[in-house]
Design a protein around this ligand. Structure first.
Ligand SMILES: C[S@@+](CC[C@H](N)C(=O)[O-])C[C@H]1O[C@@H](n2cnc3c(N)ncnc32)[C@H](O)[C@@H]1O
Length: 188
């Protein structure tokens, strides 16, 4: 059932892009979550739920953990809801319609402490998402950022450089999909 939903979203995205990460990054996120075994995953930028489904499937395989995913666009949020229902993984997913980071101030049930964060929303706003999530990350948690190769200019370039300089993080970048930055929190 999950595979069918993923293939349909890929086909829909080929017709009209909703900026999904694609299968290579989806598999990488799945693999990271299988290895890291996080209990609370936070995604900023659900779109129609493609990357969320890869991550929720990994949590299901781990037999533990939940995902909170945030989307500001009402129509894509609705499409994600329907994709989550069709996948049979809704027990792992909390889907929120709102704008990050402001949504963190609301009573949405997002845990105070999370141990895996995936940033995939407006590239210009990454620094503000980071400031909002870093106090929520325990030592040994993961922060993953998409598009570090495809959008490596302007504010995104500065954001990436700041992460590399941040003493609280150990950062690697890998050329999977549009480029992934993977950081592990060391001292926060
Ligand atoms: C690149 S797409 C996400 C793709 C998704 N992660 C996937 O691979 O399936 C980015 C999404 O982030 C949403 N977005 C942009 N800024 C946002 C914000 N500040 N808070 C929540 N969602 C946001 C956009 O509406 C868009 O649907």
């Amino acid at each position: 059932m999950l595979e069918a939903v993923l293939r349909r979203i890929e086909a829909e995205d080929a017709e009209e892009s909703v900026w999904i990460v694609g299968p290579a990054t989806g598999r990488m996120l799945h693999w990271l979550i299988r290895v890291a075994q996080p209990m609370a995953v936070l995604e900023i930028g659900t779109s129609v739920g493609y990357s969320a489904l890869w991550m929720a499937a990994a949590l299901e395989a781990n037999k533990a953990g939940e995902l909170w995913t945030i989307e500001s666009h009402a129509q894509r949020y609705e499409r994600a809801q329907s994709n989550f229902e069709e996948s049979g993984l809704t027990h792992r997913i909390h889907s929120l319609n709102g704008h990050a980071p402001e949504i963190f101030e609301l009573e949405t049930g997002i845990p105070q402490q999370v141990d895996f964060v995936f940033l995939d929303a407006t590239k210009m706003e990454h620094a503000s998402y980071f400031e909002a999530v870093i106090p929520r990350l325990k030592p040994g948690s993961f922060l993953v950022v998409d598009n570090v190769l495809s959008h490596r200019s302007g504010p995104m370039q500065e954001f990436i450089a700041n992460l590399h300089r941040d003493a609280r993080l150990k950062v690697v970048e890998i050329s999977v999909g549009d480029g992934l930055l993977i950081a592990r929190t060391e001292t926060v």
